[in-house]
Ligand binder design. Structure first.
Ligand code: FEO
Ligand code: CA
Ligand code: CA
Ligand code: CA
Length: 626
């Protein structure tokens, strides 16, 4: 067995019940506060949050739809680990909801699919700018005051990276025909990062933002006969108007028109047919060095990157990291750098040369990493691949070709720092057929998801074989014989205090507590009978050794809980509440219904809820979760 010996539980709090309340609930003895909500001014002229903020204002404020994040300590009170009272909070902003962003949307009866309404085939250009600036990453300094309360503070490092920030392409795809655009005829640059879901932190202390559902932001109306190139088609680039219709911005500015990737009569470098090929990557930047241009690391592959997680680096050994492709029946990937890690010279170049692999989970509990290398494993010209750049731009097709295991929507990964076991959430898969199940993805359809974990052969991160098991199968408390019933590590039913659906965010603390965050979709939460019993999205804590799981926190209405990081002393936990109020109809807001207006409620400057960071501390100052 790969389960370590069972000792006393490391999970020490009283679990909280399921909740449908419009607030955050934590165990007795804990307290919460809220920082860095959407629209908080952090830089420039510091414009206050209001519905009438311009696009430029949004570029000086915290973005919206907070997701993965990290706390980068400022070197300080603990010379070994850095400060636990002062640091940079760096967080992703996954997407925007235009219905809550603009004066023009106020009071309109619509759901997120109906807005923006597009009149006369144009969109207001400043609304488009505001939406692009609502995306990306926020870097903001935060500090704990002598009373123990955290605040954002003005700082020269405060910064927004947005959907417009110039970025460099690095790795094998740089400079190839796949990425030549009107903006960058030599294929070395692009603008912006979009739909940044989870993230990673490199062993050299830089931040990596990952591009997840970027494809729908583009339109390639090539033809009605599905004649999009495979680089677009396999990823779901739109045939009609894109998700937000940015390509229709009034005035036709180049930075907005580029979202129309339809080939024109111009040559390949005279239009934006290749613009979608400059998305779907992992973006690395140094939050302590605003002068350095963010870099898209193409050697890590192109897909709907949920996040990226790195093994602890060891001098003389390669860098090893993992990334999941969050779409139904997609894959889990692993990268092994060609060059070894050396602390003195480590940097992003280690992510430019290496071997990308994709996971195959065998039913007997073994697994293998299949290389995605041009010329190997059928990735040859006979099968339609022309180069390593081609393999990387079409990572999904390469993984199809080598016979990887189709997973139930891989979301976050986390690595147990004490055992080196790797955990991945598989959030759910409503389209898995009953006859297409396997032991790693045992339910079809799979409404509630599972968490898979593996240990590399000889516990060597660079191994190409591994052993895996399921840490938990999520679900209700009806028992493992029921298709919707959950089961723990030991095969036992999940009790009420442990039942949950749709694991997404995942982080493992230094004591091996596994922090699990849920993302039931807005379309089913609180309304679909299969999901009502789980209440609002929540966060649970698991013990890696015993499999014991307890609910630690419940969130407000309409949101998902995501993003999870502690200070080095483990006395402050930061999490994000994303899209609060998303299940509330605008008419309900207009009628003064306060459900869905977290965190401001009756004090909301706009009448809407907004994404924000929650700070969680123990009243006695102890270690969170213990
Ligand atoms: Fe953006 Fe897969 O969650
Ligand atoms: Ca997610
Ligand atoms: Ca989500
Ligand atoms: Ca999700």
């Amino acid at each position: 067995s790969i389960t370590d010996s069972i000792t006393d539980s490391i999970v020490g709090f009283i679990p909280v019940p399921v909740s449908e309340a419009d607030n955050v609930v934590v165990p007795p003895g804990y307290r919460i506060s809220v920082i860095a909500p959407w629209g908080e001014p952090i830089t420039g002229t510091m414009p206050q949050y209001r519905l009438g903020n311009s696009g430029a204002d949004q570029g000086m404020q915290v973005g919206t739809h907070h997701d993965g994040m990290h706390f980068f300590p400022i070197e300080g009170d603990d010379p070994w680990r850095g400060s636990s009272t002062d640091g940079l909070l760096v967080m992703n902003h996954e997407y925007v909801e235009p219905r809550y962003m603009h004066e023009s949307a106020r009071g309109q009866a619509m759901d997120s699919d109906d807005f923006p309404t597009i009149d006369d085939n144009t969109r207001d250009a400043d609304e488009v700018l505001k939406e692009l600036n609502g995306h990306g990453v926020t870097v903001v300094r935060i500090r704990k005051d002598p009373f123990g309360n955290w605040h954002t503070v003005p700082d020269r490092l405060n910064r927004r990276v947005t959907g417009l920030t110039p970025m460099e392409l690095r790795g094998p795809v740089r400079g190839t025909d796949f990425v030549r655009t009107k903006f960058s005829p030599d294929g070395t640059m692009t603008r912006g990062t979009l739909n940044n879901c989870s993230h990673g932190v490199t062993p050299w202390n830089t931040y990596v933002a990952c591009e997840e559902n970027w494809a729908g932001y583009f339109s390639n109306r090539a033809d009605e006969d599905d004649s999009q190139p495979r680089e677009h088609k396999r990823y779901g680039v739109s045939y009609g108007t894109s998700r937000y219709g940015w390509e229709l911005a009034a005035g036709g500015a180049d930075e907005y028109v580029r979202f129309n990737a339809t080939p024109t009569a111009d040559s390949a470098t005279g239009d934006y047919r290749n613009e979608p090929n400059t998305f779907g990557w992992c973006i690395e930047f140094d939050p302590f060095n605003p002068e350095r241009v963010p870099q898209k690391r193409t050697a890590l592959g192109r897909f709907a990157h949920e996040g990226i997680v790195f093994h602890t680096a060891v001098a003389g050994q390669p860098i090893v990291c993992y990334s999941g492709d969050d779409a139904r029946n997609e894959y889990i990937y692993k990268y092994i750098s060609s060059n070894p890690y050396e602390p003195a010279t480590a940097g992003g170049h280690l992510l430019d040369e290496g071997r990308l692999h994709v996971a195959k989970f065998n039913d007997d509990g073994t697994g293998e990493w299949l290389p995605l290398v041009f010329g190997e494993n059928g990735l040859t010209s006979a099968n339609g691949f022309s180069s390593q750049a081609d393999v990387l731009v079409n990572t999904r097709l390469a993984a199809d070709t080598v016979g990887a295991t189709k997973m139930d929507r891989p979301e976050w990964g986390a690595i147990d720092p004490n055992t080196k076991q790797v955990y991945f959430t598989l959030t759910n898969n409503t389209s898995r057929d009953p006859e297409d199940t396997d032991n790693a993805n045992p339910r079809g359809p799979n409404p509630h998801g599972q968490i898979i974990r593996w240990r590399e052969d000889n516990n060597n991160p660079a191994a190409t074989r591994f052993d895996w098991d399921l840490y938990v199968v999520a679900g209700d408390d009806t028992g493992p014989d029921n298709l919707t019933g959950g089961r723990d590590l030991n095969g036992n039913p999940l009790p009420y205090e442990a039942m949950f659906s749709s694991p997404d965010g995942l982080w493992i603390d230094p004591d091996s507590r596994i922090w699990i965050q849920t993302d039931m979709s807005e379309s089913v939460m609180n309304t679909n009978p299969e999901y009502v019993m789980f209440g609002n999205n929540s966060m649970l804590v698991g013990d890696a050794r015993t499999g014991d799981i307890r609910r630690f926190l419940t969130g407000p209405r309409g949101q998902e809980i995501t993003g999870c990081i502690m200070t080095p002393d483990q006395r402050t936990l930061f999490i994000n509440v994303q899209h609060p109020g998303a299940t509330t109809e605008p008419e309900a807001f207009a009628a003064g219904n306060i459900d869905g207006t977290w965190p401001d409620h009756r004090n909301s400057p706009t009448g809407y809820g907004r994404s924000a960071t929650v700070v969680i501390q123990r009243i006695d100052g102890g270690i969170i979760g213990a």
